[in-house]
Ligand binder design. Structure first.
Ligand SMILES: *Cc1c(COP(=O)(O)O)cnc(C)c1O
Length: 421
């Protein structure tokens, strides 16, 4: 099936007399005939046994997302943050390190720089524009993974996934890619060599702003036995009566280990109802994504023409510094998010924002409805103007996240904002 059809049909195939729509299995427990059967499930968890780490509705959505990304398996989490956290904890323990580009989502920066550090895991930051030789110097013997984001939120930088994959593989570590903004409709990182994908499904995948969630997807391509770095995969897990993940689960070793160890212990699993809502969003993903992209490109061109705007960032806009990479990795569009910098700084940006009627001022992005955020007075509020400049944000910056409304309405609204400056 092509991706448009997978959005509707992957993951759940009703049999004779089954419900046509994937049902919500709102049960924490499952009933078994015998102790032997339950014992077998503990050896080889092929069926759902407890909803802290597996549920039939969630399972169907996991299979759909794995199919969309082209992976061997997926695991839902209760947020995008939980997906990023578990993706690293599945390969790194205290005393290990991993390499990440700094141009990633701010919440992930906090997780990596502050919270993982407290757990004894070091994040080594690299400049993603540096040469492969330069980036390679960051790797240490204890480095266990490399991390990047397809389209960075909010910097809107496009990751050179192929380059990253080559560097990671030369050091025998997997490449983990946060594919939230692109979604598998616009980019499938496994096709460029990434090994693991994470998403905040809260954004385009859900699309409707009705539930938060995340997912980890395993390509099945990374060979955990190729070096002595991943002994947790290749030697018996004492917490699971001696299972050796690579031997028992082959290509799905990573994603099954994540469920059997990490989801078992952390329990950040979504409810069946959340998974059901996520599935509704996924069913229309392939219809929505082109529309977001089309609207955003039109808005990028609209803003580019205004003499009240100092700069426009949109990787799909010809002349953008990320245009060449975007043409390679995102030929069908670069999502709905445009970043603009308004002349006159903070005050002008606030006047622009407050005059908007259709576009909502929200701490959200990638919604079905157009929404805007002013980083200087919201997410980066504590910083002075000088500090803002240091982290690439100026007081005039507005993150403009296009929804799927009629473009003329979005433009008319933006014009109200520009007129108010
Ligand atoms: C929002 C976001 C996250 C975090 O996801 P939550 O669902 O809010 O926990 C991670 N990565 C990216 C790129 C995001 O935009």
């Amino acid at each position: 099936m092509k991706i448009e059809s997978k959005c509707l049909h992957a993951g759940y195939t009703p049999k004779n007399g089954d419900p046509g729509v994937m049902p919500i299995v709102q049960s924490t427990t499952y009933v078994f005939d015998s102790c032997d059967h339950v014992a077998e499930l503990f050896d080889m968890p092929t069926e759902c046994m407890y909803s802290r780490f597996a549920n039939p509705t969630c399972d169907a959505v996991e299979k759909k997302i794995a199919a969309l990304e082209g992976g061997v398996g997926a695991m839902l989490t209760s947020s995008g943050q939980a997906a990023s956290l578990l993706s690293i904890l599945n390969v790194c323990s205290a005393g290990d390190s991993f390499v990440s580009t700094g141009t990633i989502y701010g919440g992930t920066v906090n997780l990596f720089a502050v919270t993982l550090k407290k757990l004894g895991i070091e994040c080594i930051w690299v400049d993603e524009e540096a040469s492969a030789e330069e980036i390679s110097k960051a790797f240490k013997p204890n480095t266990k993974a490399m991390f990047g984001e397809t389209i960075a939120n909010p910097a809107l930088k496009v990751c050179d996934i192929e380059k990253f994959a080559k560097i990671a593989h030369a050091h025998n570590v997997p490449l983990i890619i946060d594919n939230t903004f692109a979604t598998p409709f616009l980019c499938r990182p496994f096709e460029w060599g990434a090994d693991i994908i994470v998403h905040s499904t809260t954004k385009y995948m859900d699309g409707h702003a009705v539930q938060g969630g995340g997912v980890i997807v395993d390509s099945g391509n990374f060979d955990w036995t190729s070096s002595d770095k991943f002994t947790d995969f290749t030697t018996p897990d004492e917490s699971y009566h001696g299972v050796v993940y690579t031997e028992s689960f082959g290509k799905a070793a990573y994603i099954i280990k994540a469920r059997m160890q990490l989801m078992r212990d952390f329990g950040c699993y979504p409810s069946a109802h959340s998974a059901f809502l996520l599935n509704l969003g996924l069913e229309t993903l392939a219809v929505r994504m082109p529309r977001y992209c089309e609207n955003a490109l039109a808005m990028a061109k609209f803003f580019k023409k205004s003499d009240k705007i100092a700069s426009v960032s949109y990787p799909g806009l010809e002349g953008d510094s990320n245009y060449t990479l975007a043409q390679k990795y995102l030929p069908n569009g670069t999502s709905g998010v445009v970043s603009i910098s308004i002349k006159g700084g903070r005050d002008a940006a606030v006047r622009f924002m407050d005059a908007l009627k259709l576009a909502r001022d929200e701490v959200h992005v990638a919604d079905i409805r157009t929404c805007v955020l002013h980083p200087a007075s919201a997410t980066h509020r504590q910083l002075t103007d000088e500090q803002l400049v240091a982290c690439g944000i100026d007081g005039g910056m507005v993150r403009f996240s296009c929804g799927i409304e009629n473009i003329e309405d979005i433009m008319a609204d933006a014009q109200l904002g520009l007129d108010a400056i």
